[in-house]
Write a protein that binds this ligand. Structure first.
Ligand code: NG6
Ligand code: CA
Length: 509
């Protein structure tokens, strides 16, 4: 007999019912405020994970996560690069609605509005402690010119995170320092930092002038020849802050230990952690322990390090006895790229490994390889050992977390859909359609994908990527042709028109 029916039949005196009600109420409270950890990889492809079909690399921890939850086959970032995908994850708005949301330099100003709803603010409103640990790449401060030796505001702490431990942009962009809350970590005031993306500052050697100082696995193929830090040429110039500069091999374990400390500190109260990993983005410089472990070069080794990191978080939740109260959402900010501007042997050593799996294109591409990424959800209320084909997007997390926490979806988050049943793997229907973005735009609805005509290049030789641009409309049947090989636009003008209209309607919002 259920507790409800006991109540209905009034078998117990009222005071017992009242008592029961209270305890049921607080139990519900508990399950309605699960901890949420988003683990966000950088440039990890659909085919880089063994549960997604990778054969040449094994990711046992991600596979364990998939087994304990739901693995999505049709999940997306909004965009085929980092900054725009993160922008939409934070705001619930497509990045192409706002100017200046492309890949940012390391000295960019903050692009997330401080006065609008954000994903972490949803959690804060529900009484959670919130943190971001890892790659930020959404800008800092109010302008490009800033003093890195003083607190820099606004930043992550001003858009909803109680605590932040980040690096400002990417591993290949200066400044190569960590920032805790508003400040550079470990900065010696007698050795101030200066950063510039226009011209050289100070006397630090550059990759362009001193290639002999570069490590073999990190010599630049494209760009990446400004200031050298740890034998790696970066994008942008910096000087000073010598003690504050990170050691590349330690970046990942530094983030892990900070993330674990945050989890430990908040084990008795609801928390939201956005754990933004740097793997397998360039420069791939895994901890010594992982070097050579994958047989695929440092890119593969970085993926093993990523997988190990995910396992460490899962183990910690178990040890603390909070795994059954914690939802882990794992995904990647965009698709894979093998050569992203360093000669790190990823191309030669990665032969036979299909980082995008069966998908065409990868990072930078409007083909599915650009935005269709691994996406795994596990935790309380999530269907276990399940594979879902529902169409879901990271942009939906804002609305869905509002839904999960019993809040109304903020009206500003116009592109975010509340799809909790789909995200928990309990319903196979996700969103109705999705706009994908990589310079040009595409619409995916049911099994059809329409790519809007574009004058952009069809192919980028430096990264060996099919960008997917075409001056003609493209239409693909993803059910029969996941590799987007056969353009059916001429055959199905009505479907083309319907999706074009849908795109125009979305653009005019
Ligand atoms: C490109 C960089 C690439 C990477 C990318 C951003 C060169 C030649 N290429 O401009 O290495 O940093 O920007 O990647 O410099 S993302 O994942 O943060 O979007
Ligand atoms: Ca990325």
């Amino acid at each position: 007999m259920t507790q409800n029916s006991i109540f209905q039949r009034r078998l117990f005196p009222i005071w017992i019912l009242v008592f029961f009600n209270i305890s049921i109420g607080s139990a519900q409270q508990k399950t309605n405020t699960p901890n949420v950890i988003i683990i966000y990889a950088d440039d990890l492809g659909y085919g880089d994970v063994s549960s997604y079909g990778a054969k040449k690399i094994q990711t046992p921890n991600l596979d364990r996560l998939a087994k304990s939850g739901t693995r999505f086959t049709n999940a997306h970032s909004t965009s085929a690069t980092c900054t725009p995908s993160r922008f939409s994850l934070m705001t619930g708005r497509y990045p192409w609605r706002q100017q200046g949301t492309g890949v940012l330099p390391g000295d960019a100003k903050l692009i997330v509005p401080t006065d609008k709803p954000t994903l972490p603010k949803i959690f804060k409103q529900a009484g959670y402690r919130t943190a971001v640990v890892g790659k930020w790449h959404l800008g800092l401060g109010t302008q490009v010119e800033k003093n890195w030796n003083e607190p820099i505001k606004p930043g992550p702490n001003d858009v909803g995170f109680d605590y932040s431990f980040i690096f400002p942009a990417t591993a290949d962009r200066v400044p190569t320092v960590f920032m805790e809350n508003h400040r550079v970590v470990g900065l010696d005031p007698n050795d101030p930092i200066q950063v510039n993306y226009q011209k050289q500052v100070g006397n630090d050697p550059t990759g362009k002038e001193h290639p002999e100082l570069l490590k073999k696995q990190s010599s630049p193929g494209q760009g990446h020849n400004n200031t050298i830090v740890n034998g790696i040429g970066r994008i942008g110039y910096m000087t000073g802050g010598t003690k504050a500069r990170w050691v590349d091999e330690e970046v990942s374990t530094t983030f892990l230990s900070v993330a674990q400390q945050f989890i430990e500190d908040n084990k008795t109260q609801p928390f939201f952690l956005f754990f933004a990993l740097t793997e397998p983005h360039v420069p791939r410089m895994p901890a010594t322990f992982f070097k050579g472990k994958s047989d695929l070069g440092y890119r593969g080794d970085a993926i093993l390090q990523l997988d190990w990191t995910v396992g460490k978080i899962m183990d910690q939740l178990e040890l603390l006895g909070i795994a059954d109260k914690s939802i882990i959402i794992f995904s990647s900010d965009n698709g894979p790229v093998i050569d992203d501007g360093y000669q790190d042997e990823a191309v030669a050593r990665g032969e036979g490994h299909r980082a995008a799996g069966p998908l065409r294109g990868g990072k930078y591409s409007i083909f599915e390889g650009g935005t269709r990424v691994p996406f795994i959800v596990s935790g309380p209320g999530v269907n276990r050992n399940h594979v879902s084909d529902a169409l879901v997007c990271q942009i939906d997390l804002l609305a869905s977390m509002s839904q999960l926490l019993g809040q109304s979806v903020p009206k500003e988050a116009i592109d975010s859909k509340p799809i909790v049943p789909a995200l928990l793997g309990k319903h196979e229907k996700g969103r109705d359609y999705l706009i994908e973005h990589a310079g040009t735009l595409a619409v995916v609805k049911d099994h059809w994908k329409y790519i809007a005509p574009s004058n952009g290049r069809a192919y980028d030789a430096s990264t060996d990527t099919e960008l997917g641009n075409n001056q003609q409309p493209q239409l693909y049947n993803l059910k029969e042709d996941i590799g987007e090989k056969v353009n059916l636009a001429d055959k199905h003008p009505k479907i083309v028109k319907e999706l074009q209209d849908l795109l125009e309607q979305e653009k005019s919002k």
